[in-house]
Design a protein around this ligand. Sequence first.
Ligand code: NAP
Length: 273
Amino acid sequence: MEYKYFKKLGREVPALGAGTWGIGGGYWSKDTSEDKEAILTLRTGIELGITLIDTAEMYGAGHAEEIVGEAIKGFDREKLFIVTKVWQTHAKKEDVIKSAEASSKRLGTYIDLYLLHWPTSDVPLCETMKAMEELVKKGLVKNIGVSNFSVELIEDARSCLSITDIAAVQNRFSLSYRNDEESVIPYARKEGMMYMAYTPIDKGSVANNRILKQVASKYGKTPIQVALNWLIMIEPVVPIPKASKVEHIKENAGSVGWKLSKEDWDFIKRSFH
Ligand SMILES: NC(=O)c1ccc[n+]([C@@H]2O[C@H](COP(=O)([O-])OP(=O)(O)OC[C@H]3O[C@@H](n4cnc5c(N)ncnc54)[C@H](OP(=O)(O)O)[C@@H]3O)[C@@H](O)[C@H]2O)c1
């Protein structure tokens, strides 16, 4: 595994994480085979160095957090980096505290990074941010951040904080979805924040891309591995592809430990616009 150091986190994290939206059978499902496969997938990922796991209270109405909690059992907690999120309808102070406590219970551990999932105009941003700061004071949460935020909104969030700072932002970013290329990404880089790229492989569809297939064959890699490598080469991007199948997480792990040439990186970038 390769690692990236972020000043605002004060630590290294793997250059590749694992997403969990839609993993397992869901809280409504009686079929546990999907849960078992999801747990095995996450455990395989951890063994391969994918120790950063992204989840949220909203995923499977808490069930994804329960799966993560199961998957991390027995691993060295210090080496893991668990990210979860508070849904925006729980943005009021008392709800943020309740949500974090419930997430931590489902995960069976503290939270390394706690994100506000989406901005909301229903609750003043400073109320939510101060509640998140409270959680850091309590020790339940190590770092806080935001998701689906613009630079302006990140600055608003930062202005509410006194003892801590926004350490990370999580937005949608992939080869074909590059809204943050000239805005949030350079901002996060300058500020020492981690930028987590969600939906980084466009739901798996990059596997069929002709350009990526062409470049991948030169490196003995797959189109998915090339797409993820392209993202990882951007500072401070950490892509978090979701995999619920063991063979998928193994393939994704093969996106680190090598680098596209500058020419190929540029060629891919041009080809996607
Ligand atoms: N903050 C937010 O608002 C937000 C929004 C969306 C997502 N997220 C986070 O970001 C994570 C990733 O985004 P995403 O789930 O939307 O999309 P994604 O990671 O781009 O794509 C996931 C899909 O790709 C498939 N896949 C994974 N590895 C593959 C491989 N090696 N070959 C072929 N297919 C592969 C998965 O299949 P299998 O499941 O069958 O393995 C799944 O269907 C989420 O799980 C979540 O943690 C955050």
